[in-house]
Each structure stands twice: as C-alpha cells, then as structure tokens.
Design a protein around this ligand. Structure first.
Ligand code: ADP
Length: 483
C-alpha cells in the first residue's frame, strides 16, 4: 500500500512538473510562431521607422548645405553647388515674382528659396547681397547634380558607421533637364532597395531623400536572420527543457527507489531484529521454566543467549553508526599507523567475534604507514571480512592482503563466494541496498555495512573498489593514501 501511494505521489509531482514546464513553453512557442509569421512586416516597419528618423536629420543637413551656399553667394563668393549667380533682373520673371517680393523685405545677407514648376525643375535661392556690394538681389541657381553627389558625403559625415546609402531622388515624371541626375542616381542605386523616402521642401519640392539598403530584399535577409535566431533559441530552449526534464526524472526515480529501499529496510530490519529476539525469548523461557536440566543444556542455552544478543547489538551498532555518519556527527581521530599494527587490531577484533571461519593474511613487506582512525578502519575491514564469511559457502577461503598499489596502500579482502552480479556491483555500496538474490535473502543483514565502509574510507581520502567474478569470488579493495 505504502509503495503504491508513494508511487502516486511521485506521479502527481511529475504531472505538476510537466504542467509547470510544458504549458509555459507551449505558450512561448505559440507566441514565437506568431512572431515568426509577423517577422517580415515587423522588420520592414522597424527599418522604415529607423530610416525615417535618419532621413529627417539628413534633410536638415541638406537644407543647411543650401543655406551655406546662399551665404557664400551673399558675400560675393562661389560655391560648388551653385551653378550660376547673377543679378535678378527687374522686373523679375513671373515665376520668381513672389520670391522677389519676400526677399526684398529681408536684411542684407538674407535669402529665400524657390523653384520653378516648369519641366526643368530649377532650384533657386534669391539672396540679398552683403555690403560692400550695393543693395541688390542675386539669383543663385543650384546645381542639382553636384548637390546629389554631395548627399552621400553629408550622410557619411553624419552617420559614419551606417551601411545604408542615402540619395537625392528626382521627381518621378521624365524631365529632360534632369536626365544626367537620373542616370547618376540610377547607377548608384543598382542592387539596392529603398527602405525609406522623405519628400523635401523648397527649393527641392517634389525631390525626395531615399535610404537604400544593399541587396534585392534587405528586410527578407534581416527577417531570415531573426527567424533563424529565434528557431535556434527555441531548439536550445527545448534541449534545455529536455535535459532538465531528464535530470529531474532521474532524480525522482532515485528518490523513489531510495524510498522503496527504506521501506524494504524497515521490513527487513524488523525481521532481522525479530529472529534473535525470538531466540532470546525462547531460551530465556527455557531457563526460567527449568526445562534445561543438565549443566550442558544450560550452558548451551546461555551461549545461544549470548550470541543472539551480540547479533542484536551488532545490528543496533550498525544503525547507530550509519545515523552518526549520515548526520555528519562522526569524527575521525587520524593517527599515523603502520599497516601491520592495523592488521593486528583487525585480527584481535575478528577473533573476539568468534566467527565460524579463519582467514589468511598476506602482508607485503616495507609498506609505508597510513594516516587512519584505527577503530574506524578496523571496522571497515572487519565489515568486509564479515561479509566474506557470510556470503561464502561451506568451503570458505578468505584472504586479507595488504600491498602497495601505486601511491596508495591497498587492503584487500578476497573470498571464494558467489561473487556479485555486474548490475549490483556499484549499487551494493548504496545505503540499504541488498542484492536481490537468494543468498542475500537467506543471510542476515541491513544493507548498511558497505555503505558505512565506503563513507568511512572516503572520509579518510581513500576509496573502496570491488573486483568480482560470478561463481568464483570477490575482492573488496580499500585504497588508502599513504602518509
Ligand atoms: P548486508 O550484508 O547487511 O546486506 P552490506 O552493505 O554489507 O549489507 O552488503 C550489501 C550487499 O552486498 C549484500 O546484501 C550482498 O548482496 C552483497 N555482498 C556484500 N559482500 C559480499 C560478498 N563478499 N560476496 C557476495 N556478495 C556480497
């Protein structure tokens, strides 16, 4: 029951996770698809807005340039954009009458722009001459071809890093006098696309400034780049979500397995505790009822009582050890120790346990000392010896070996037991894990011994390894750094 409800809990958590991640990401994708669909229009709009602003700035520059040219004429000088300057005849030609009236009201140096509506679209400035010239009005005609050549330069000075080109565009109707200008503009504008256009005021009425980007369809290129970027980011997002999902799933499976192991552990430990407790109760009752009559029977009863209570206390010790290690309360008292001294201590502890098998010791001479907590390390090796005894059949061949292994000292416990299946080799070092085979089911155990051993060895800066061949035996190896 407990397992099923835990599984349901995990499933629920998983579904929450799924909703929590997938729904926003689906919304994001939907938003992205709409954004991609509108991308081109958005790019075109953005380009137009961006270049409209630049064209406005540039038109002010062009007008300022015309002002400068008019000022030069007023001072009696010349300017490249002025094709010719002469005194305005009196009375002025009809198309200049209005401008002549307005300029007459200006002080010396002032000017008025005007243009003709006729086919040749001439642009003029009517300029009041500056002293010492006698008060008069000069008619300056602008050279539009020169001006249009200057426009890109004005733009380059204003927007130095700009890759668009800016041009002065003549009126659309075919005007013979503007053919040269039209040719020039057409040549410059090959292989480019107009992204923004701005009509100009007097004296350049019906002329416009245009901004062009290279290529047949610059918006398409930008839109394509943005789209690719967006799709790339989306793929990255999904890879990220996928990886996160996988990792979370793995963690959840681990947590689920651990919780199952814990449940198994509680069932297991209760069973393990109940067996010796039943024996203790039975034999204590036998003694109390006086059912053991001969001294030999009494001795046997007492002996069983003693071994069973020892078994109990061993189990409780293991549980306490684990909880100390888990909570980080366990501390080590490291001492520089010669390996033979450590092996002696292990031997003494092993003998005290009166286990039903002996082991052979192989000691490589001249081993360097190791820095260990002697009790803790004896417990580790004793644990391995204990397992070797527990998990081998009747013909037990157990070896305790100490030798050099690279820079470390290796302490190995070898047995001729059934070996550990490949899929269990890593996992038996996990807490509460017991190989799910007949042997482990038949023998007492908590699944904590190797986890405790590994933790202690790691606290010493060493590591624990297993070499095992199914049906032949196992070698558990503790590698300890030397002093
Ligand atoms: P316990 O012995 O209390 O079950 P351990 O952590 O000491 O717990 O061992 C975990 C598991 O590793 C055991 O249940 C057993 O399946 C396996 N194991 C440990 N030592 C040996 C060994 N020498 N030979 C075969 N299997 C072993």
């Amino acid at each position: 029951m407990a397992e099923t409800s835990e599984l349901i809990e995990f499933r629920r958590a998983f579904i929450w996770l799924l909703c929590g991640m997938l729904l926003p990401s689906v919304a994001l994708v939907a938003f992205g698809v709409v954004a991609v669909a509108n991308e081109r229009a958005a790019v075109e709009r953005r380009l137009a807005e961006e270049y409209d602003a630049r064209l406005k700035t540039l038109s002010l520059e062009v007008m300022a340039r015309l002002d400068r040219a008019a000022d030069a004429v007023a001072a009696g000088g010349a300017d490249p954009v002025v094709a010719q300057a002469r005194q305005l005849e009196s009375p002025p030609p009809p198309e200049l009458e209005d401008a002549a009236r307005r300029v007459a009201t200006l002080p010396p140096g002032g000017h008025v722009f005007t243009n003709t509506d006729s086919n040749d679209r001439r642009a003029y400035a009517l300029v009041r001459a500056l002293p010492p010239a006698p008060p008069s009005t000069i008619l300056a005609q602008y050279d539009l071809t020169v001006l249009s050549r200057e426009v890109p330069n004005l733009a380059a000075a204003r927007f130095p890093r700009e890759h668009a080109t800016f041009r002065l565009v003549p009126p659309r109707e075919p005007i013979a006098a503007l053919a040269a200008l039209r040719r020039f503009v057409a040549e410059a504008g090959q292989n480019a696309t107009v992204v923004a256009r701005l009509g100009l005021g007097p004296p350049l009425d019906s002329f416009a400034l245009a901004a062009e980007l290279p290529g047949d369809d610059p918006a398409a290129a930008v839109a394509f780049r943005n789209r690719t970027l967006y799709i790339g980011l989306l793929i990255l997002l999904y890879i990220g979500i996928g990886v996160g999902f996988g990792l979370t799933l793995r963690e959840m499976r681990r947590a689920y397995k651990l919780s199952r192991l814990k449940t198994d552990f509680v069932a297991n430990i209760s069973h393990e505790l109940r067996t010796p407790l039943t024996s203790v109760r039975l034999f204590a009752e036998t003694l109390r009822e006086g059912r053991a009559q001969s001294p030999e029977e009494v001795r046997q009863c007492v002996e069983t009582l003693s071994t069973e209570s020892e078994r109990l206390s061993r189990m409780v010790e293991k549980l306490l050890d684990w909880s100390r290690l888990e909570s980080g309360r366990a501390t080590l008292e490291l001492e520089k120790t010669e390996v033979p001294v450590l092996l002696d201590r292990i031997g003494a502890a092993y003998r005290a346990q009166q286990l039903p098998a002996a082991y052979q010791t192989e000691l490589e001479p001249l081993l360097p000392p190791v820095n260990v907590d002697r009790d803790a390390m004896a417990q580790v090796v004793l644990n391995l010896l204990h397992n070797a005894v527990k998990y081998t059949g009747n013909e037990k061949r157990i070896r305790l070996r100490a030798r050099r292994s690279g820079k470390a000292v290796a302490i190995e416990v070898e047995d001729n037991g059934p070996g550990v299946r490949p899929q269990d080799r890593k996992r038996i070092f996990e807490r509460f894990y017991r190989a799910d085979d007949l042997l482990a089911r038949k023998t007492e155990g908590t699944g904590l011994g190797l986890a405790i051993s590994r933790k202690i060895v790691e606290m010493h800066g060493g590591r624990i390894e297993l070499d095992s061949k199914l049906g032949e035996g196992s070698i558990f190896r503790v590698l300890l750094p030397t002093v």
